[in-house]
Design a protein around this ligand. Sequence first.
Ligand SMILES: Cc1ncc(C[n+]2csc(CCOP(=O)(O)OP(=O)(O)O)c2C)c(N)n1
Ligand SMILES: [Mg+2]
Length: 328
Amino acid sequence: MAAVHAKKNAPSRELLEKIFRTAYRIRVFETEGIKLYRQGLIRGYFHPYLGQEGIATGVCAALKEGDYIASTHRGHGHCIAWGADVKRMVAELLQKETGYCRGYGGSMHIADIRAGNLGANGIVGAGTPLGVGAALAAQIRGSDAVTVTFTTDGASNNGTFLESLNLAAIWNLNFILVIENNQYAVSTRIEESTRETDLYKRGLSIGVESHQIDGNDPLAVYHLTIEAADKCRAGKGPILIEAKTFRHMGHHVNDPGKYMPEDRLAYYKARDPIDRARNALVEISGAEKSEIDAIESEIAAEFEEAVGFAKNSREVTAEEFRQFAAAY
Ligand SMILES: Cc1ncc(C[n+]2csc(CCOP(=O)(O)OP(=O)(O)O)c2C)c(N)n1
Ligand SMILES: [Mg+2]
């Protein structure tokens, strides 16, 4: 979670390795998680972050202890990039009491409020007002904490998007809104839901500094977020970042995604964020193939250990959940 500051033109080995490890950890979590889903171990929905890993990875690497994030329904990657314990994440997906929300939340509701993760969210667009609230609270406390809300192209047409960002603007909040523009809302192409598909322009219209970036380039996302967070802490927030990307598959595990044009998919797969993170580590810091292999094996083993932990944990009962819900 702690930012590893580095000069723009000379990223350190430490930073490059951190970025690769995070991106790869998300890739393994999603790829292996889908297998657990197919085995019938996960109930409900599972929205894979495959192909979008560069965004969470770059943004979270740029934030500091004490900052906040709010996530979406496609939230595993944000959680991992924020430094979550993969064991407790898998346990949550498997409805186990050792999970982040005692197994009551599942894939779409993983949160860790004490660690500054305000949570994933099944309501499209709901993370934006939540994030603005956290940023306002930080300002009232006199804290320089920055809050990042990850949101989506679908949510950018939702009323709360503009209302929240506008409030953040008039109050000069330390707030960064990151639109993960994967160009689809379920099977609806962005061109079918808005005339203005350059979503960063929505921020410009209300006087918010706004940027568009290649979301599949984790290092570029990192550098832009460092600059945005610095500006926020200097009282120049909020800032909007539109990160363009593409899913590697359908909207959720059971959506074959047949509507996604093959040439578009091939274009983005050729710009895979994991490959770019790995290449940066090799080309810029000279990491050896054996070192990359060792990192990948370590992360795969970590996931296996997490599955073992989750399987050995107790599953919560429907009755326990009813009692828990009734207490609120
Ligand atoms: C307020 C609200 N409306 C509708 C839905 C149903 N729904 C779930 S995901 C989704 C679209 C998701 O597209 P996008 O917002 O672009 O996010 P992505 O899945 O592409 O990450 C919709 C309409 C919902 N969860 N919440
Ligand atoms: Mg989308």
